[in-house]
Ligand binder design. Structure first.
Ligand code: ZN
Length: 217
């Protein structure tokens, strides 16, 4: 009886895993296959009602081994670095795919280094926040001041099936939080609205803060 109960639990766990990370559906596949690795996907715009509906839809997990994921990543990368409107990050919903995946630029790594994060999660947020200007590929020309945790602990999967757990800070943490908001269906003005009226205590003047590079073990 006990063994049967364990068996049932295993089946339930298996089902919930499958439900959480389903393969791409037909419409998603068609969109991704509408071009090859050399062509970008159109970036959805907030001032187009049909696009906004997609941008405001929460995304779901995706199987990291989905065969079309590398093509989606390549095409999203092209969209992010479009010379007409380049950015430092892009999320799958911004190209019409409501799945938990995004690109971020790693400002903490030398050279122009970008990372594709699959099923990303923010596990912990620092109470220390910084306020900084943000823009968005889906809102060209718009800027706003947003509070973001200075440091975050994150987990995500990579295209080669690796699970990574890291601590991010500064600009990389800001980009990660901005892209993670997209997966919730939030644009940065939504985050600004959420922060309206929230009390943020300014650090007393004269307090000295220092960064110790490489200490985020
Ligand atoms: Zn954005």
């Amino acid at each position: 009886m006990k063994q049967f109960a364990y068996f049932l639990i295993l089946i339930c766990l298996g089902l919930s895993e499958t439900a959480l990370s389903q393969n791409l559906n037909t419409a998603e596949k068609e969109l991704i296959l509408s071009g090859d690795t050399t062509t970008m996907l159109r970036v959805l715009q907030y001032n187009n009602p049909a696009d906004l509906l997609v941008l405001n839809t929460p995304s779901s997990n995706i199987d990291p081994s989905d065969p079309l994921l590398p093509l989606l990543a390549s095409r999203m990368f092209k969209s992010m670095l479009d010379s007409a409107n380049p950015g430092v990050g892009i999320s799958a919903p911004q190209v019409g795919i409501n799945r938990n995946a995004f690109w971020i630029q790693r400002f903490d790594k030398s050279g122009k280094h970008y990372e594709f994060c699959i099923n990303p999660r923010i596990v912990k947020y620092s109470i220390l926040h910084r306020k900084g200007g943000e823009g968005c590929l889906s809102m060209p020309g718009e800027r706003g001041l947003v509070y973001r945790s200075y440091a975050i602990q994150v987990e995500y999967q990579t295209l080669n099936g690796e699970t990574r757990k890291e601590m991010l800070d500064d600009n990389t943490a800001v980009v990660f939080q901005h892209e993670a908001d997209h997966l919730l269906g939030w644009l940065f003005p939504d985050r600004m609205r959420e922060q309206q009226g929230v009390f943020f205590m300014q650090i007393p003047q004269g307090m000295e803060f220092y960064i110790r590079p490489g200490f985020n073990k």
